[in-house]
Design a protein around this ligand. Structure first.
Ligand code: HEC
Ligand code: HEC
Length: 230
């Protein structure tokens, strides 16, 4: 074989797996008039009905550790959230929203799409992550505006995310306590500015009244709430 052909043959080998990954689909979100953030799709309903097996979930989670780490503590500098201890239903909804394209996450999509994770593995992964202890070494904010953060949180966020940041799995409200500050900050900006397309409209409307400084204060407060159990 000529050297150029060998080159193309080798290049082809590396291109093929890339082609096998499908690009993340785009599904309508908050920008669509009749969008329902918690639409009980078939995939979501089926996943919620299945009892998750944490042992199997541990195995299916192997492909996720590179970003979210083995203990589920995430990587604050890269914007990867802490997943340990999060409500199983919240984890399930987010995984399904990334698969369907209701939540944009092109970086993670190849690892969670149907080719990588079977639908029946999703509740298992959620059960595994939900059972991991929440690390308290999460990244906090600068601590300069905590009183303001507390006032805003208790006025505008605690009715859904809970006084102690415990969220509510049955309603898909995420747990906030001990989540990384940089992740909370970026997601809040995304919710306010329309980039978190699977958001709850009430939180979009509330955050639209916030400056970047208000968001920093409330996220700093949330990141310092001590871990809460299930
Ligand atoms: C290439 C890095 C990467 C890999 C691999 C990855 N993720 Fe993610 N994941 C992310 C990023 C980045 C976010 C935050 C996205 C955003 O900002 O909206 C995220 C968010 C999530 C969320 C939402 C958490 C929340 O609080 O809303 C869940 C659940 C999740 N990932 C589960 C998984 C699972 C399960 C796997 C493996 C099957 C996985 N991820 C693999 C990068 C990754
Ligand atoms: C009406 C209920 C409601 C209120 C009020 C609310 N949120 Fe939320 N919030 C939600 C829901 C539901 C989600 C998850 C949406 C989804 O399915 O992606 C969420 C997600 C988030 C997330 C992303 C968490 C993650 O793990 O990905 C952040 C950050 C957030 N909210 C911040 C706030 C802040 C700050 C306030 C107060 C200013 C607030 N929210 C008020 C319901 C609410």
């Amino acid at each position: 074989m000529k050297p150029t052909l060998i080159f193309f043959a080798l290049a082809g080998l590396t291109i093929l797996p890339a082609l096998a990954e499908t690009a993340q689909p785009h599904a309508p979100g908050i920008e669509a008039k009749d969008y329902r953030w918690n639409e009980p799709s078939e995939a979501l309903t089926r996943a919620l009905e299945q009892k998750g097996d944490p042992e199997k979930g541990k195995i299916a989670y192997e492909g996720c550790r590179g970003c979210h780490k083995a203990d589920g503590s995430g990587r604050p500098d890269a914007g990867y959230p802490q997943l340990a201890g999060q409500h199983a239903a919240v984890l399930i909804k987010q995984m399904i929203d990334v698969r369907s394209g209701h939540r944009d996450n092109p970086r993670m999509h190849p690892f969670i799409e149907a080719e990588a994770v079977a639908a029946k593995d999703i509740p298992d992964v959620a059960a595994y992550l939900n059972g991991l202890p929440v690390p308290t070494s999460n990244r906090k904010g600068d601590g300069n505006n905590l009183e303001r953060g507390k006032t805003l949180y208790q006025r505008d966020c605690s009715n859904c995310h809970g006084n102690a940041g415990e969220g509510d799995g049955k309603k898909f409200y995420p747990k906030m306590a001990s989540q990384h500050y940089p992740y909370l900050y970026r997601e809040s900006l995304h919710i306010r500015d329309g980039q978190r397309r699977n958001a709850h409209m009430t939180s979009v409307k509330t955050l639209k009244t916030y400056t970047d400084e208000d968001i920093a204060a409330v996220c700093d407060y949330m990141s310092r709430l001590p871990p809460v159990g299930n």
